[in-house]
Design a protein around this ligand. Structure first.
Ligand SMILES: *Cc1c(COP(=O)(O)O)cnc(C)c1O
Length: 494
């Protein structure tokens, strides 16, 4: 199996190279040029495996240039060693009214660990395979969750360094603490004076800076990115759909062959797109339901076929879904049209005019598989309170958005197994969660809120968050946006 660009400018690329490059040279995204298919025997085997076994079985179908030993090594280093707080890695909780696929048991308590723990391993293995002799420097701009998960995924991984920029004062206190206490000799964290867009624009221009690239190469360093369009982030996410399905089978919640609908809290469309791959491979996935917060550009797109990012941007209590351009949607468009020229045209229209229209035929095809819904902050908080009171389960705000959409969806689609993907631990968003359940947290500090939430939540505080109370601050530098390239060079030479 080889990889090609959704915009037609690259083909015959091995998965190792696609993972090292991240983005195709023509600006498109890498997609596999064929789709592996599974059968019932494959699922029967998976049913009796642990998560790591399942990951190996699914990943080897896509990473055909990695041998089985390489994949096994990557998977064990990513998910083994006690870094996840349950051996199930991604357990399905079945004692609430919807089964909940919990994706936040990794070291940073957010679903991004599922992909970033493995991406670093896939990248370093790819470097060995392609004979890459340079050191890889990962740059990331973050509005919260990605930065910490990327730092943690690359911490002390040989042959790599990672530098993360976050907007000073622009991330939650807990998220900032998670980053500035990051250990690892190869990690760097800088606060940028400005907002998230400044930090992101700064990173983007560094990637385009040929002079800087030359200087870095003199130091034997090449830049790479860990953002969610990398195939090495998407592939690991396909695994948990298989794992969830076979867990539901094993628990007797569904029968052989019965289809499951998944409701996914969505931002960049990576998580839900992995479900689409699982379905294309033959996993009995019914509908994929895209859940958005007030930034509901995807709800509108999936209902009208018009993608229009020319709209107000809202800061919500589910910040990881505050996105107006969902990059991974480009891959879906390629599957729906099988036409790189059309995809390229729509992406050009999006860049130049801020919108594109896929037309009725493509929209109908998308609607065969996808549904969509959204929930604002008020509804999100009401759901957190209701589920806590009625089901004794504490949802984080991102998962609560999905729960709200799942309620609406299941009312109109009775009798189906509707599973909700849970993307963050509620402890990462203590303030919003406590307010939702009716606590007064005015002027309370972060750790007071952590303790308070642990009083009412039946699940323990994740070790990574509990340790922040006494963790030493190791990164306290900040810079102006114009200084970012110098900071990168400086960090590369360290
Ligand atoms: C990143 C993130 C999402 C959105 O996932 P996408 O793959 O970007 O759609 C949802 N919830 C949380 C907590 C996240 O960190």
């Amino acid at each position: 199996m080889d990889y090609m660009s959704t915009r037609g400018g690259a083909s015959g690329v091995k998965s190792a190279e696609a993972i090292l490059k991240g983005l195709a040279p023509d600006g498109g995204l890498f997609v596999p040029d064929e789709m592996p298919h599974i059968d019932k025997a494959f699922l029967d085997e998976l049913k009796d495996m642990d998560y790591m076994g399942r990951a190996c079985s699914v990943l080897r179908l896509f990473l055909t240039d990695y041998d089985d030993e390489e994949i096994k090594g990557c998977v064990e280093r990513a998910y083994g060693g006690g870094k996840f707080d349950t051996v199930d890695i991604a357990p399905v909780m079945t004692d609430c009214s919807f089964p909940i696929l919990e994706l936040w048991h990794g070291p940073t308590s957010a679903f991004k660990d599922m992909a970033l723990q493995l991406l670093s391993q896939l990248m370093t293995t790819a470097m060995k395979k392609t004979g890459e002799k340079s050191q890889i420097l990962i740059l990331a701009a973050t509005s919260g969750d990605t930065g910490k998960a990327a730092l943690c995924g690359f911490q002390d991984v040989p042959g790599t360094k990672i530098l993360t920029f976050y907007p000073k004062g622009g991330v939650a206190k807990m998220q900032e603490l998670q980053m500035v206490t990051q250990k690892g000799a190869n990690t760097g964290v800088l606060a940028v004076e400005g907002n998230f867009d400044d930090a992101q624009a700064g990173v983007k221009s560094i990637f385009a800076d040929k002079v800087l690239a030359g200087k870095l190469l003199e130091n034997n360093v090449k830049l790479s990115s860990a953002n969610s369009i990398n195939w090495g982030r998407l592939a690991p996410q396909i695994v948990y759909y298989f794992s969830a399905y076979t867990d539901l089978l094993r628990s007797g919640r569904i029968k052989d062959g019965e289809s499951v609908d998944f409701v996914v809290p969505t931002g960049n469309f990576g998580d839900i797109l992995a479900g689409f791959y699982a379905k294309k491979m033959g996993l009995p996935v019914g509908r994929l339901v895209c859940a958005s917060n007030r930034n509901n550009v995807l709800t509108d797109f999936l209902n009208t076929g018009i993608y229009d990012r020319k709209r107000d941007f809202y800061k919500t209590i589910s910040p990881s879904m505050d996105i107006l351009v969902s990059s991974n949607l480009e891959r879906l468009l390629w599957y729906m049209t099988d036409d790189t020229a059309i995809v390229k045209r729509w992406m050009t229209e999006l860049a130049e005019n801020g919108s594109y229209d896929v037309g009725a035929e493509v929209l109908d095809k998308i609607k065969d598989t996808f549904s969509a819904g959204c929930a604002d902050d008020e509804r999100t908080k009401a759901v957190i309170r209701e589920v806590y009171e009625k089901e004794d389960y504490v949802l984080d705000p991102h998962t609560a958005v999905a729960w709200a959409v799942a309620e609406d969806y299941s009312k109109a689609n009775k009798g189906r197994c509707v599973t909700v993907l849970s993307t963050a631990s509620p402890y990462k968003f203590c303030q919003s969660v406590l307010e939702a359940v009716g606590e007064n947290v005015d002027n309370k500090d972060t750790f007071y809120m952590l303790d308070r939430l642990s009083d009412i939540n039946r699940y323990h505080v994740p070790a990574g968050l509990a340790a922040l109370r006494t963790a030493e601050v190791l990164h306290s530098d900040s810079c102006r946006k114009e200084e970012m390239p110098d900071m990168v060079l400086d960090f590369a030479q360290r």
